[in-house]
Design a protein around this ligand. Sequence first.
Ligand SMILES: [Zn+2]
Length: 397
Amino acid sequence: MSKVVYIDAGHGKYTPGKRSPSGIMEEREWFFNDEVAKAFKKELESYKGVKVVRVDDVTGKRDVPLGERTGAANKAKADLYLSFHHNAYQSKWGNHGGTETFYHAGSATGKKLAQAVQDAAMKAYGLTDRGIKTANLHITRETSMPAVLLEGGFMDSNVDIKKLRDKKVLQEAGRLVAGAVAKFLGLSKGSGQKPVEPPKTDEKPTKKSNATIAKEVIAGKWGDGATRKKRLTDAGYNYNTIQSLVNKQLGSGSTSKPKPTPSKPKEVKVGSKVKIKSGAKNYSRTSTAIPAKWKNKNLTVQQVGKDDVLIKEVYSWVKKSDLVGGTSSASTNTSKPKPKTIKKGSKVTIKNSAKFYATGQSIPSKYKGKSFTVQQVGKNKYLLKELYSWVKKSDVQ
Ligand SMILES: [Zn+2]
């Protein structure tokens, strides 16, 4: 069930009176309200199953009549209505000030919502707590859903204006109030900026079988690590059950048919022809840079070490990882440039330069430089057993 929240940013840019005594255009009330409303909308929409509608004119040009606002919210059967404002006392500078939230007298839900909004706003503005109040306001009176009107602070207060001039405070107010509203509505956080499409949930989510979900997990549809855990839990699945099914499916190899290993990986041996990759930097046993003239040239292996070889023509040791096969005169060695074949069971190390899993989440740095077991080989990625996560081939060595 999706929730709909209607909001507005008070008045319009050109509404008479609604401004700080400074006379600055940007200190008209709408600008303060708009900043809070924008942050609120952005934050609340990072939760799942909620739509936020700005019922006022987002450009601030038109001061949408109040009846039009409440009429639209009622017609849409919105779940909540919030109106963001900033206050004025006598439109001249003074030392009054504070934050207050209005609700409609007699509305128990409105009162509860008002308190939640007030508490959140208090944290952001850090001004005097004027508490929650009832007043005969059009917005709270004419709406058929719980509705509140927040007065974040006074535009004509010497104290409050300092906070109001700080966009970070206004944005924080929007965010924290959104958090409070999300809690009020029982929403759970979405995946945020997700490169991975979350599994589609329609109005009435039909629960899939655990086995199906396990397959989706293996396919990377549920993301990685903590994100995956959260998503599965939010969707009503038992994380551990799914995870053990994943292990079983992977272990039995039912989903992963290891391709028959072609020929043995090419061994670099004495006499092999190799080329130094153009990306190679230093020799292996000294920190001397490899001159460009030696790169991409057919060279001969004179001696083979554990991780490096001595190149005859250069008379220097070069890392095996910096080599590709060259063309050989010897018939035994017409090699393809494949220094290493990684297959199921291989140990690979996640490069320090690796940033994201194949599914888009960032790889925690604690995993970098560590060795993991390949559980499944994809086209451009490996499933690493210990992480249950897909990592791009280019990010391992
Ligand atoms: Zn106002």
